[in-house]
Write a protein that binds this ligand. Sequence first.
Ligand SMILES: [Mn+2]
Length: 292
Amino acid sequence: MVPIEKSASEAEIEGVPEPYALASLELHPGRTVVTVGRGTGAVTFGGARVPVVAGPCAVESWEQLEAVARAARAAGARLLRGGAFKPRSSPYTFQGLGEEGLKLLARARELTGLPVVTEVMSPDAVGLVAEYADCLQIGARNMQNYDLLRAVGRASKPVLLKRALSGTIEELLMAAEYVLAAGNPEVILCERGIRTFERATRNTLDLSAVPVLKELTHLPVLVDPSHGTGKRSLVPAMALAAVAAGADGLLLEVHPDPARARSDGPQSLTPADLEALVPRLAAVASAVGREL
Ligand SMILES: [Mn+2]
C-alpha cells in the first residue's frame, strides 16, 4: 500500500471553496504553458501555437509506425501519438504491443525528432512508460482512476488527461487536481467526446468544453476529434471547429491503411488526409490569432 502523500499546497488551499484550487484560473496567475520533449523537438501547449499531435491509435508494427511518423512529420505535426497499452472495450480485441510498442515509439522519435505521447494504464507501469515517453496519457476510461492519477502526479513527465466518456467538466478538473496536488504541474486536458443519446457519431464532441475550460482553468486544452466523432469524414470539420473554438492543440489518429488498422480504423485519417487538413488548420489558427 503506497502511503497517500499530503500535498505541500494543502495548507494554502484550505478554506478555498473550489474543489480544484490548483487547477483554477482564478487562483493562478496567467496560463500554464506545458513543454513536451527536449531540445529542438520540444513542443509547447498553451502558448501562441496550436500543435497537431498525430499517430495511430495503436502501435502495430515498425512498418506501420514508421510510415505514420514520417507522414506526421512531413505534414507538420509536432508530436507523435501511439498506444502501446490499449484499454479496449472488448477483452478479445488487440490489447497493444506493450513494452515492445514503447521501444518502437522511442525509435520513431529518434528517426523523426518528434516527441512521443502514449497511454499508461496502471500505477505499476508509470515508471516504465515514463522511461520511453515524453508525455504520459491518461485515457478516458481512467480519468477517475485516482491511484493512477497520483502515480503520474509523482512522475517527472507532462500528463495528457482525457475527459471520461461520462465525465463532467468539473470532474475532469478534479481529476487534474489529483495530478497537480501530487506535485506534477504539467497537465494538459483533452476533450474527446462524451456519451449522449446521439448515435450518428461515436461520441458527442463537446466543443463548448473548450471555452468553458478556458474560463475555469489555466491548463492547456486539447481536442481529439477522432474519438469525438468516430468517423473519418467528420474529423476535418471538427478539427477546424476546435481550433476556431480556442483549442491549444489537436489529437488526430492517422493510419497508413485504415481499413487494416487493428483499432479505430474507421476514425483514422490517412496520411494524405492529414496533409490536406494541416494547411486548413493553419488558416483557421491564423484567423483566431494563433499559429500551428
Ligand atoms: Mn483510438
